[in-house]
Design a protein around this ligand. Structure first.
Ligand code: ATP
Length: 268
């Protein structure tokens, strides 16, 4: 039995504008991924080696997956996403095979961004002794593949973790995942931008002030804000589509649904 689902090559449609804040991270990714994929000849002409692996680290829900998709999308590259836990198989040799298969597909579909989510999960788990050997084999297979993509300038590997302290140090040595980018929780201005992004296409009442909402949500990350916007829209919708309301009422009001300040306050 195969431990891993098929390796899917995707073409994501996420643009830089779909991501609020994180301007430094975007710029770093443009230079570390987009430029090498788009202009490999310039890098070789000036004898600069682009990074092979980039590690995005930061709290959950801050946009790491979104950034990886956006950089693939904006570089006109294909995208292969693999979650760390999927790579750990108890069947001997199965995990390595999955990694070889991932890189093979990536080369075939190049230019490609391979995204390893939850890369920390392939570090040996202290609780379970038997996992250790699988982890070692998985790490060493990834290292073999990383060394092999040196001449293949059109495959770039991006990894993400919430726990950089748990990532196998062998993966972080020079020439491996040696470019680390911190993905920080959004400040007020970024939260406002994220509110703007996730209320796009949703009619807002006049009493909604996105700057005020950004003030109220100190400590919230992008995923939280997206949830708030979705929930506020659902609250507005429920008011219209509710049992007992006549079809006439719904039809009359459907065109007038507005998310008001009250809905956001309840969603927060
Ligand atoms: P995890 O570590 O939990 O995998 P992550 O950092 O990869 O989280 P994402 O999956 O990229 O987070 O974010 C989840 C969702 O939250 C996104 O699909 C998006 O809707 C929203 N989101 C997160 N950050 C941002 C942001 N900076 N701008 C706009 N939307 C965001």
């Amino acid at each position: 039995p195969s431990a891993m689902r098929e390796v899917y090559v995707e073409v994501p449609h996420v643009s830089w504008d779909d991501i609020g804040g994180l301007e430094n991270a975007k710029q770093e990714l443009i230079e570390a991924v987009e430029w090498p994929l788009k202009y490999p000849e310039i890098f070789s002409a000036i004898s600069v080696k682009p990074p092979r692996g980039i590690l995005l680290f930061g709290p959950p829900g801050t946009g790491k997956t979104l950034l990886a998709k956006a950089v693939a999308s904006e570089s006109e590259a294909n995208f292969i996403s693999i979650k760390g836990p999927e790579l750990l198989s108890k069947y001997v040799g199965e995990s390595e095979r999955a990694i070889r298969e991932t890189f093979r597909k990536a080369k075939q579909a190049a230019p490609t961004v391979i995204f390893f989510d939850e890369i920390d999960s392939i570090a040996p788990q202290r609780s379970s002794v038997s996992d250790t050997h699988v982890s070692e084999r998985v790490v060493s297979q990834i290292l073999t593949e990383l060394d092999g993509v040196e001449e293949l300038k059109d495959v770039i590997i991006v990894a993400a973790t919430n726990r950089p302290d748990m990532v196998d140090p062998a993966l972080l040595r020079p020439g491996r995942f040696d470019r680390l980018i911190y993905i920080k929780p959004p400040e007020k201005a970024s939260r406002e931008k994220i509110f703007e992004i996730h209320t796009q296409g949703k009619p807002l009442a006049d009493d909604v002030n996105l700057s005020e909402l950004a003030d109220m949500t100190d400590g919230y990350v992008g995923a939280d804000i997206e949830g708030i916007c979705r929930e506020a829209a659902m609250l507005a919708l429920r008011e219209v589509v509710t049992p007992g309301v006549s079809r006439y009422d719904i039809e009359k009001r459907a065109g007038e649904i507005r998310i008001s300040k009250r809905h956001f306050e309840r969603a927060i």
